[in-house]
Design a protein around this ligand. Structure first.
Ligand code: AHN
Ligand code: ZN
Length: 326
């Protein structure tokens, strides 16, 4: 006995045709971005390369070699690199040798923006659920390396852009040192962000200024979402709007969410603001509880918990901002 074709199946071609029709009428013209494609594989590889040096904790050989690698990599993309070396003391009195690495792309462009992130990693996994790890240095794949990985890929994309590309600005990539050796548990907030503190008092070049800054922090974790951080909203709401709008435009609204408000975070952007340039923080939160990513300051902040889609969301949004800045 043959099964009769259900009526709904017979109607299917008609329904599809109608659906297609309806779609045509209601879908707005797709936005065509002028920006090139951000390559998440490259950003991932640059993140991995930093981790391969070992934890980049202050005063370590891994730290110093990785700093040389970061500077050379930016130079290989045609950036002019300026180093800011300085001595500082951690909250416990330990002297540290800092190096802020400033890589300028299109150095002659009069209009400039800063894209920054820290390149050191935390010497202690003091948020690890296992107390025996509290003195272990972390890889800092997300907390540190991911931002620099994204920034390197942005510099590469700028270097690949043809002379005819419609980029109206220059970009200064600032890699902060000694961000992450601060006192945990709501301790002295001045014990964090030592590299950017130094820069805010003494910029890398006399008379240097920029239109605004975007600091990236923990931009490669899995299960990550970006909420609008509270200090950024208080000091630079227009920059937050610009970046979040760019993300929605290119279809990355799932990552750059308006749904919840972010917390207020002591981070390097505050030092840039302190130095007189408005700056926001694009900092990852955990999608489940809205707090810091679940690998934050644990031994699990390693490459296994890095997501190419998160790197892509942030990197493509930054390219969109760079390519549409007038
Ligand atoms: C504090 O915990 C005070 N600030 C967080 C800044 C940070 C640390 N970002 C990454 N690691
Ligand atoms: Zn950290």
């Amino acid at each position: 006995m043959s099964t009769p074709t259900p009526k709904s199946l017979l109607l299917l071609p008609l329904l599809l045709a109608l659906a297609a029709c309806g779609e045509k009428k209601t879908t707005p013209t797709a936005y065509i971005s002028p920006a090139p494609d951000f390559c998440a594989d490259s950003a991932y590889a640059y993140t991995q390369a930093q981790c391969d040096f070992g934890p980049r904790v202050m005063n370590s050989a891994a730290h110093d070699s990785c700093g040389d690698w970061i500077a050379a990599k930016f130079e290989s993309f045609g950036a002019i690199v300026t180093n800011q070396y300085a001595d500082a003391k951690l909250f416990d009195g330990t002297p540290v040798k800092m190096r802020n690495i400033i890589a300028s792309c299109r150095p002659d462009a009069p209009g400039r923006i800063i894209i920054s992130g820290h390149w050191d990693s935390r010497p202690w996994a003091d948020n690890d659920p296992d107390e025996s790890h509290h003195a272990t240095p972390i890889d800092g794949a997300n907390d540190g390396a991911s931002a620099i990985g994204v920034m390197l890929e942005l510099a590469r994309q700028i270097s690949l852009a043809p002379d005819t590309a419609d980029i109206a600005i220059g970009v200064d990539f600032i890699c902060w040192d000694a961000e992450d050796s601060g006192m945990s548990g709501g301790g002295d907030s001045n014990s964090w962000c030592l590299g950017s503190q130094y820069w805010s008092g003494k910029r890398h070049a006399d008379g240097y200024t920029a239109r605004y800054g975007i600091n990236l922090d923990m931009v490669g974790g899995d299960n990550t979402v970006f909420y609008r951080e509270q200090f950024s909203m208080a000091y630079a709401p227009a920059i937050v709007d610009k970046v979040w709008a760019a993300a929605q435009r290119i279809g990355q609204g799932k990552y750059f969410s308006y749904e919840e408000s972010g917390g207020a975070v002591t981070d390097d952007h505050l030092q840039v603001i302190q130095g007189g340039i408005l700056c926001i923080d694009v900092i990852g939160s955990d999608r489940e509880d809205g707090g810091f990513p679940r690998t934050w300051h644990t031994v699990n902040d390693n490459m296994q918990n890095i997501s190419k889609s998160t790197l892509k969301a942030v990197g493509q949004t930054m390219l969109e901002v760079i390519w549409t800045e007038r």
